[in-house]
Design a protein. Structure first.
Length: 568
């Protein structure tokens, strides 16, 4: 068992020598137990006594040899006596052996448990050599550097990080005390809390032949945040898999899991975890699922007033279909969940089929799709229709069977929300036609289509005006109406409050309602270009124009709009 370092003989010695009062010792013991540091280290950190004073006192009282560890060459320590688990547990360092005697550097010669553990493990008679506590910790860091160097743990609150809870995980396994895995536990918790603090959406843990890289996706862009030693690759992946309740012995096939990290009594964050075997180890990607994002009001998502009003009008209809489209990571889930929150009242029965369920919504019946068990979007949707639903949300329409059931539901008195992966609102309709859905069914069931992207917001603290000629504005697609308003174009600069001149993201939307003209074009077999032309004629603002409007409002930059929308 690891020693607590709270030897009564040592604490009594401080009082007997009139170096500390009983209250000071009692306070130090209490603090030591909370911080899981030795009593000697706690007293030194509290500046009650110095390392040198304690070492000299122990030398005078116990008669053990006193050594200046700073002058000792650690390279001379025999490899066979370096039991790193015991060293990390007891914060003691075996430095040499003579015959059957093992000499152990310690700042607390009364730590008999440590000496006995080394003696039992190595089969040698252990004797203490007194060293100064600060020099001992410096030596321990060098000896254990392959375990903890490069992890960036200096100056952090290790007690707080080690105490972060992962719910429903074995507590002894989750919070090992004084073990050689403790630095990894603290390091992983630090990475996860840093990701939450920085507003990251995804974390990438990536092993390569000669390096290990950790990246955060912040505001849609990946940034490298840490490069731990490559030899820690397997321990980092094992730790994340234990937290995710995955099989740590299985490294040949991908696995999916989930972590619920409790930050405080009232705050917890979910992570969706995916592992992937690569030639150099397991790459792990974690998606942060913050339920607070689903509680945003629709006015905060970035819809222009006319777009927001149209979305709310369609949500108020008792039947029909609302489709949200865009690539992965474009904010479709938040748009759908925001709509569900508006609809989530006592009078409505709402059911969702999702793969996976990303955010838990109180009052909504959420079903996690399980293809291995035969629970598909289509089978879940069929079951919903036998459960007296008012509102149904299908995570994604992937095939004709799901599309047909969803459209049938929309035609028989239910409001259906779903997503597709297409580039524009008009292409969503032609995608359904290409799946095999008859044009008349699409025209009679679809009420609204929202295509969306996420653009980075300019940092309000450092954004600066940019001089762009009128001819260039015209070439970029700004309308005469926009140009005549005399707006200011801003560019990113970068400061301590942001990441590269941007902070946060805003939605850019293309909101297309089903009009008689669009319905006629669909039934006549029109393509996406013809549908888009009809929609623009009815007043729809496409993604490009919506993005440029955000530029005129000083919300984002031209470069960012060019990045997330097509041009030309």
């Amino acid at each position: 068992m690891p020693s607590s370092g709270l030897n009564l003989g040592l604490s009594t010695l401080f009082i007997r020598k009139n170096l500390l009062t009983e209250d000071q010792v009692a306070s130090a013991i209490s603090q030591s137990r909370k911080s899981k540091l030795s009593l000697v280290t706690t007293i030194i950190k509290s500046k009650l006594l110095s390392s040198r004073e304690i070492a000299e006192l122990c030398y005078e009282e116990y008669g053990a040899p006193l050594l200046d560890l700073a002058e000792f060459d650690l390279a001379n320590i025999p490899e066979e006596i370096l039991n790193k688990k015991l060293i990390a547990n007891h914060k003691c360092l075996p430095i040499f052996k003579r015959g059957n005697r093992l000499f152990i550097a310690t700042s607390d010669p009364t730590n008999i448990a440590a000496l006995e553990d080394f003696q039992f493990s190595l089969g040698l008679h252990a004797e203490a050599i007194i060293v100064e506590d600060d020099k001992l910790h410096s030596a321990l860091e060098k000896i254990l550097e392959e375990d903890i160097s490069g992890l960036g743990l200096d100056g952090i609150d290790e007690e707080a990080l080690a105490g972060i809870e992962v719910t429903d995980t074995d507590k002894e396994e989750e919070q090992p005390e004084s073990s050689d895995d403790a630095p990894i536990v603290i390091y992983i918790n630090k990475i996860l809390t840093d990701a939450i603090r920085k507003g990251a959406s995804d974390l990438h843990f990536e092993p390569y032949e000669k390096r290990y890289r950790i990246r955060f996706r912040i505001d849609g862009i990946l940034h490298e945040v840490s490069e731990p030693p490559v030899n820690l690759s397997s321990r980092i992946s094992a730790r994340l898999k234990v937290m995710s309740k995955l099989d740590i012995a299985e490294r040949r096939v991908p696995q999916d899991g989930r972590i619920k990290m409790k930050l405080s009594r009232t705050k917890s964050i979910d992570f969706r975890v995916s592992t992937l075997p690569t030639i150099w180890g397991e790459k792990i990607v974690m998606r942060i699922l913050d339920s607070s994002s689903a509680q945003l009001g629709i006015e905060k998502l970035g819809y222009e007033d006319d777009q927001r009003i149209l979305y709310e009008e369609m949500l108020a209809k008792p039947q029909g279909m609302i489709l949200v489209t865009g690539p992965t990571g474009s904010g479709k889930t938040v748009s759908l969940y925001t709509g569900l929150n508006i609809l989530n009242t006592e009078e409505r029965n709402i059911s969702t089929a999702e793969d996976p369920v990303e955010i838990n919504l109180e009052g909504v019946n959420q079903v996690h799709i399980n293809l291995k068990a035969g629970l598909t979007f289509a089978s879940a949707l069929r079951s919903f229709l036998r459960q007296d639903p008012d509102v149904v949300m299908v995570g994604e329409i992937r095939d004709l069977e799901t599309a047909e059931i969803a459209i049938k539901a929309a035609q028989t008195g239910h409001l259906v929300l779903s997503t597709l992966h297409t580039n524009s609102a008009a292409e969503t309709l032609t995608r359904l036609i290409n799946m095999g859905v008859p044009g008349y069914n699409i025209a009679s069931s679809v009420n609204l289509i929202i295509a969306q992207r996420l653009a980075r917001r300019l940092c309000p603290e450092c954004k600066a005006p940019e001089d762009v000629p009128v001819e260039e504005l015209q070439r970029l697609g700004f309308t005469e109406e926009n140009i005549n308003t005399g707006f200011t174009v801003y560019k990113p600069i970068g400061c301590e409050h942001c990441s590269g001149g941007y902070k946060g993201r805003v939605g850019i939307y293309e909101v297309m309602r089903m009009t008689d003209e669009i319905a006629r074009t669909i039934m006549e077999g029109g393509n996406s270009l013809e549908i888009a032309k009809q929609a623009k004629g009815s007043g729809m603002r496409d993604l490009r124009l919506s993005g440029l409007l955000k530029v005129t409002q000083g919300i984002t930059s031209i470069a960012e709009v060019n990045r997330v929308t097509s041009f030309g």
